[in-house]
Design a protein around this ligand. Structure first.
Ligand SMILES: [Zn+2]
Length: 136
């Protein structure tokens, strides 16, 4: 049964020892909803900084979109089988419990109705992100 409550976790990554020039939770990312790998480059963070300051960013937005697309395609092919992806799609979950366990410390959480396994995955997650899950 869905309960009308929200469980939230606030993370302060700089306070957790993760500088904003290594990972900026406000900058664009790509991530895997199955395993929790996450992708953010210096270009992602540079785009965020330019847009925040209303500065022109030329072709940087398209570059970031292209990098995300390339990463998603390669990651899916290298790390997940077609059957695994199809099985996950049948769950209807936004994230797998494994992925949410890895992504929550980065400040990335699903919005909407959450299965109890998803809530448990977030609550059992480390308080600081595992930088081994970050690709750049
Ligand atoms: Zn994955």
């Amino acid at each position: 049964m869905t309960e009308p409550v929200l469980i939230g976790i606030t993370v302060g990554l700089p306070e957790a020892g993760i500088p904003l020039d290594v990972f900026n939770p406000q900058a664009p990312i790509a991530g895997c909803r199955l395993c929790g790998r996450i992708f953010q480059t210096k270009y992602h963070r540079q785009l965020f900084n330019l847009r925040r300051n209303n500065l022109p960013h030329g072709g940087l937005l398209q570059k970031v979109l292209d990098l995300n697309g390339e990463w998603r395609r390669k990651h899916t092919l290298r790390k997940h089988s077609v059957a695994e992806v199809a099985s996950f799609a049948k769950t209807g979950f936004a994230f797998s419990p494994e992925a949410v366990n890895k992504l929550a410390p980065f400040g990335i959480v699903p919005l909407g109705n959450m299965h109890e396994d998803i809530v448990a995955g977030m609550l059992e997650a480390d308080r600081a992100p595992d930088l081994d899950k970050l690709e750049y």
